[in-house]
Design a protein around this ligand. Sequence first.
Ligand SMILES: [Mn+2]
Length: 339
Amino acid sequence: MSQTVKPPALSWEPAGVGPALSMALTLIKGAAHVVVVAHSSPDGDAISSTLAVGHLLTLLQVPHTLVNEDPVPLGLRYLPGADRVVRPPEVAIAPDVVIALDCGEPLRLGPSLPAEWLNLPLIVLDHHDKWAFPAHTVAVRDIEAASTGEIVYRLLVASDVPLDRDMATLLLTSLYFDTGSFRYGCTTSGTMELAAALYRTGVDAWSLTSRIYENQPLARARIQGEALRELRLSECGRLAGFLITSAMQLRAGATAEECDGLVNQARAVAGVEIAWQLHAEAGKLRFAMRSRGNLDVTLIAQALGFKGNAFASNGWFDADADSAVTRIESAFAQVYGDS
Ligand SMILES: [Mn+2]
């Protein structure tokens, strides 16, 4: 049964969040035109949070435009409002308030966002550790929050508008992505408290998760098969990965975008601690590395000359495929011993 409910306040509130939410709401309610933006190359949390804030602004009757540097990922275009996201240069009416989401650093918003927009009254809702926004920013931050969607929910509660099924769909999607459907370590009893409030609107978990996890284009399924056939496992069994050539993409009928994220399939193999993938894209090789959490990726990323953290690294190789694979495998061996 679908229903609209009054969203219950969460039973805890991080320090400083309450006053920041009131300041944010005052700015929002006084705005003539709000631009809502999240980090470039948006993930499920970034897009869901953007759409959820857009939905809230609609309910509050505040004119707004939703933007992102990059398109909504293929697998998220079914979300309510996804077709409303445009690139920053397409914004027709200059904003007087900007809301940035799921991002602690202006640089991550992408190069086409006009720099002067960051001098406007600026509200940031975020759960990242890093912080580089200007001093005038109204920061609604909680680095313990499992997803930015959780902070958007707090804004909804403070706005005193009802929680409907579309909003619940968006906020649950943000939670599914950033908690790996309640599997990652960031999942807490608080996450479940929020999820319970959202499920109370009558959303059906399977109807949401089947669209996220069992809704891939045929080409994606085929390229996954191609990739897994090429899986290389190190002698110690802790490193696994694959190279996806453009010939493989052609055979599968898959685009480079449809190769994104396949690395998790390599990490899912028993005993594998760190997984990598390389796929041909625009004449180069796109690199991704992911850890299960027991081995740190940072030093391997450094050895390869890429940015990275404990869990992940991304980058590009110009080099030919064979030497790129050799460099990845020797960087692992250098950091973690005999591979
Ligand atoms: Mn996030």
